[in-house]
Design a protein around this ligand. Structure first.
Ligand code: CP
Ligand code: NVA
Length: 308
């Protein structure tokens, strides 16, 4: 069963093929209205459940649109409105949904929910973000980097701020796509050792550097994300902001990266906090290409899951 649960759980050759196919599918429909069908309709007759236990704009819209472009149909489900949110077990939910749909995408809190869903579902399951990882985002980011700058292998990526779920998937991708990653942020927010260790074991150079200006020297790509993720307690907001403020990506920081460095942010952003508008709307930024590429990358992921 081709579940897409995490970047390190999927073969490197398969990941590479997905990036290639995503780029080809994007090219093939250039200039068409967003709602126009693709020439190929690999998801014709297929029903996809999109389950959200957390808010979402990009993931929700890009998955829904991607399925429709490929000829399939979607059911958008909110965890709260399902029995899942009211005591029905994940295993039973997985077994029931498998009788109705051909593919399940779930955004949830605890990654154990995702893992249990995959264990009991008879259909492929896709990780649409958990507290720990966000693999679909990083597939879109690799596609975006390579569209602008060519192969990401051997490049230096700098993650700024909180070593969160998106950072974890970047570390997995470093291992699988062969790039290096420097984390710069306060020690309290270091990425989990498991993810750092994975990337190092795969041969990537992973560096922890507390000084943001030193960290971005020679960077090909600088990445920021929100300082308070959806799973973080709002009560910790002020303390987090105080600790993370030195890691804001602003023009002064970007000027220490390579002149052709790209800037990425998975969005949603808190402008003037983790990154300034001058950077987000400036010449290095590819943030809206990333958002668009969620669509193309996930279409390739869904095809891989379904073998179509
Ligand atoms: N980047 C991302 O996953 O955005 P949403 O939370 O809007 O889906
Ligand atoms: N780290 C963020 C990513 C949002 C797409 C969060 O989990 O809220």
């Amino acid at each position: 069963m081709n579940h897409f649960l995490d970047i390190h759980k999927t073969g490197a050759a398969d990941l590479r093929n997905m990036i290639t196919q995503a780029g080809e599918m994007k090219q093939a429909r250039l200039g068409r209205p967003k709602g126009a069908p693709d020439d190929d309709q690999p998801l014709a007759g297929q029903m996809v459940a999109l389950i959200f236990e957390k808010p979402s704009t990009r993931t929700r819209v890009s998955f829904d649109l991607g399925v429709r472009q490929m000829g399939g149909q979607t059911m958008l489900l909110s965890g709260n409105d399902m029995q899942l949110g009211h005591g029905e077990t994940i295993a039973d939910t997985a077994r029931v949904l498998s009788r109705y749909v051909d593919l399940i995408m779930i955004r949830t809190f605890d990654e154990d929910v995702l893992i249990e869903m995959a264990e009991y579902a008879d259909v492929p399951v896709i990780n649409g973000l958990t507290d720990r990882t966000h693999p679909c985002q990083i597939m879109a980011d690799v596609l975006t980097y390579e569209e602008h700058r060519g192969p990401i292998a051997g490049k230096k990526v700098v993650w700024t701020g909180d070593g969160n779920n998106v950072c974890s998937s970047f570390l997995h991708a470093a291992g699988q796509f062969g790039f290096d990653l420097t984390f710069t942020g306060p020690a309290q927010f270091d990425p989990e050792e498991e993810f750092v260790g994975y990337a190092r074991k795969k041969g990537s150079k992973i560096t922890i550097e507390r000084d943001a200006f030193k960290a971005v020297e020679g960077a090909d790509l600088v990445v920021a994300d929100t300082w308070v993720s959806m799973h973080d307690a709002q009560s910790a907001k002020e303390r987090r902001h105080n600790l993370l403020r030195p890691y804001q990506v602003n023009e002064r920081l970007m000027s220490h990266a390579r002149p052709d460095a790209l800037f990425m942010h998975c969005l949603p952003a808190h402008r003037e906090e983790e990154a300034t508008s001058a950077v987000m709307d400036g010449p290095h930024s590819v943030i809206f290409d990333e958002a668009e590429n969620r669509l193309h990358a996930q279409k390739a992921i869904m095809r891989w899951c379904l073998g179509v």
